[in-house]
Design a binder for this molecule. Structure first.
Ligand code: CP
Length: 315
């Protein structure tokens, strides 16, 4: 087994073997979901805290279900009702949780680097559940798992990421993982929503969706992040729809067995046509199910690494 890390902060610095270890560890957890009792004892006696400083439906619920299925004690912190509102710093809040013997803290934050800051200051294991525009490693892992599950290989797959690449931590984590496994990654979107130096990450850049979608195996559609669009990155939603909405007509140019993916939450009728979202090619709900298995694998591997390193609480 090739995973011996204290924290999971991103996919950029994981090597292919470490990512493969997580994917392989997720498979038996996924098989467990068909049993009447979906529980394993791997995290008995461990305390897992979710600290989400940005809204989330999928990731927070998925981590909480994952930790509970592994028999951990799970606590959720909501910033609005915590001492953040009294001015307590993120590190002080996290240290308080560690003093309560939290073993693993799962954090989502608007600031890129917030998980790394906690990792440097705490003995508890830190999991990045999405930090600013930086990374969303478990989303990248569950996307990779879903592609592998459906296509039985990643090497050589043509994978298209569509939309708001600039603000997307999901795009970055997908790119890091997929390129390590030899996929041919394309990105497409309005020039204002494509980072200037993105091709340095080994991806092909397109601005025309009808060109970019030709012969692809997977289309991963990113959410237009309305909450981050103050900069006027495109003239109107109507124009975005015309040029970049993934429709049945456009999909006809991809491979006949193309997979449709979306990390959620979806803006139906904006970046994705409703018929596409509900089509037989769509694996959007399977991504959600796979997310629990992948997060169980991450929590289990971090707990095993903690046991191996003999990590104890310092306070
Ligand atoms: N995919 C994703 O991160 O969704 P949430 O914002 O609902 O967690």
């Amino acid at each position: 087994m090739s995973f011996n890390r204290k924290d999971l902060l991103g996919l950029e610095h994981l090597d292919k073997k470490e990512i493969q270890t997580i994917i392989d560890a997720a498979k038996p957890f996924k098989n467990m979901f068909t049993r009447s009792i979906k529980k394993a004892p791997a995290l008995i006696g461990k305390t897992v805290v979710t600290l989400f400083c940005e809204p989330s439906t999928r990731t927070r619920t998925s981590f909480e279900i994952a930790a509970k299925r592994l028999s951990a004690d799970v606590v959720s912190i909501a910033p609005k009702t915590s001492s953040f509102v009294k001015g307590e710093s993120l590190v002080d809040t996290a240290k308080t949780l560690e003093a309560m013997k939290a073993d693993i803290i799962i954090i989502r934050h608007t600031c890129a680097g917030a998980p790394e800051l906690l990792a440097k200051n705490l003995n508890a294991s830190i999991v990045n559940a999405g930090d600013g525009f930086h990374e969303h490693p478990t989303q990248g892992l569950l996307d990779l798992y879903t592609m592998y599950d459906k296509k039985k290989k990643i090497e050589g797959l043509k994978v298209l990421l569509v939309g708001d690449i600039l603000h997307s931590r999901v795009a970055r984590s997908n790119i890091w993982a997929l390129t390590k496994f030899g996929a041919k990654v394309r990105v497409v979107g309005p020039p204002t929503l494509i980072p200037k130096r993105i091709s340095e990450l080994g991806v092909e850049v397109y601005y025309d969706l009808d060109e970019a979608i030709k012969d692809v195996d997977v289309v991963n559609i990113l959410r237009i992040q309305m909450e981050r669009q103050q900069g006027g990155f495109f003239p109107s939603i109507h124009e975005y729809n015309e040029l970049y909405q993934v429709t049945e007509k456009r999909l006809a140019k991809a491979k006949p067995d193309v997979l449709i993916m979306h990390p959620g939450p979806m803006n139906r009728g904006i970046e994705i046509d409703s018929e596409v979202a509900d089509s037989p090619a769509s694996v959007i709900n399977e991504q959600v199910t796979n997310g629990i298995a992948v997060r169980m694998a991450v929590l289990h591997l971090l707990a095993l690494a903690r046991n191996k390193q003999g990590r104890k609480h310092t306070c």
